[in-house]
Design a protein around this ligand. Structure first.
Ligand SMILES: [Zn+2]
Length: 338
């Protein structure tokens, strides 16, 4: 088979399309022939060594959907030929965290494409419990696009206790988590506002149902209060120092800010009196458990939450898609077709 491989961590130009041996599944694993994959910022970070792959050469890619092509000796939960979506959140299944349903806290937790060879290949091997039936209503491209971003956004909103009628602010609408956070927030009955440096992305978010949008580089906390009549109950943050001060000022007393990334840099300043006087909660969040993945699969499969595909790039043209992601041009998921 062919796979895009990293031999070093000199950035996204280091990916090489190479012929490699087709992997064989272990006893509790399946092999899936991919029909589509999707990119995440993780695929860029890994190519820069943040974090560095555990071994070289490394195949990145956490998102994918395809057809089961081989079964491990213990697997009877799925058949060869089944159309499946991959859950990239991989855990042991038997430690106390896994048994409590909180697989992201598993002692041997890993992400497909970071800790294990990923989906930027023609075939991939993963645990059988990490494949679910592909919702029939989704195209291959939509099925590959939703898992990581939608699961991440759903866990953020759940942990931040988003309720119907809440004001939700999504800072930096553009990437997969933000765009799927918008769709999930709307489906959960929130009034959603967004920020972007790009007016065309704000316009698109409003067309999808956002109540309004503001410039990420302006004083969007004041603009939100003027537009909504009050501040936000929940803020989704993934930008970091460039927006964090405004994001903190955008919250109601008792507000929750859920953070899953920091694309503008790793450190922020917090005005501590504002934090405690307003009794604000800061929630770090990243990958999701199996129950959350099943919930988002039901939500996208039933059509309640549309899957936002930015673009579909042929497998052979991966560098073009990585460049689009690196430049922040996308609105929704950058999909790699077959
Ligand atoms: Zn475990």
């Amino acid at each position: 088979m062919r796979a895009w491989q990293l031999h070093d961590t000199n950035g996204p130009d280091s990916y090489r399309l190479e012929a490699v041996e087709t992997p064989e599944p272990g006893p509790d694993e399946v092999r899936v022939q991919l029909r589509a994959s999707a990119l995440n910022h993780l695929d860029l970070w890994v190519s820069h060594g943040m974090p560095a792959p555990h071994r070289f050469p490394h195949t990145s890619g956490g998102d994918g959907a395809g057809v089961v092509s081989a079964l491990g000796s213990n697997v009877d939960s799925v058949a060869v030929g089944a159309e499946v979506v991959l859950n990239p959140s991989i855990s042991c299944g038997y430690c106390s965290a896994c048994l409590a349903g909180e697989s992201p806290f598993c002692r041997s937790y890993g992400i497909l494409g970071e800790h294990f060879p990923g989906t930027l290949a023609e075939e991939v091997v993963l645990p059988a419990r990490n494949v679910v039936p592909k919702p029939a209503s989704l195209t291959w491209e939509q099925a590959a696009a939703y898992p990581l971003a939608t699961g991440t956004a759903y866990r953020m909103l759940r942990r931040a206790r988003l309720s119907a009628g809440d004001v939700l602010l999504i800072v930096g609408i553009g990437g997969g988590v933000a765009s799927m956070g918008l769709q999930l927030g709307l489906a959960m009955g929130a009034t959603v506002y967004v920020t972007s440096r790009d007016q065309s992305k704000i316009d698109q978010a409003v067309a999808w149902g956002a109540a309004g949008g503001f410039d990420s580089e302006g004083e969007f906390s004041k603009e939100l209060k003027a537009a909504a009549g009050r501040s936000a109950d929940v803020v989704l943050e993934s930008v970091g120092p460039a927006t964090f001060g405004q994001s903190m000022r955008s919250m109601q007393p008792g507000g929750r800010i859920a953070i899953c990334g920091s694309t503008s840099g790793p450190k922020v300043e917090i005005t501590v009196p504002a934090l405690f006087f307003k009794q604000i909660e800061i929630i770090g969040s990243t990958m999701f458990n199996h129950a959350e993945f099943h919930t988002v699969t039901d939500l996208v499969g039933s059509g309640k939450v549309p899957v936002i595909v930015d673009s579909v790039t042929p497998f052979e043209n991966l560098p073009d898609a990585l460049a689009r992601l690196a430049a922040g041009e996308q609105l929704g998921k950058v999909v790699i077709g077959r």
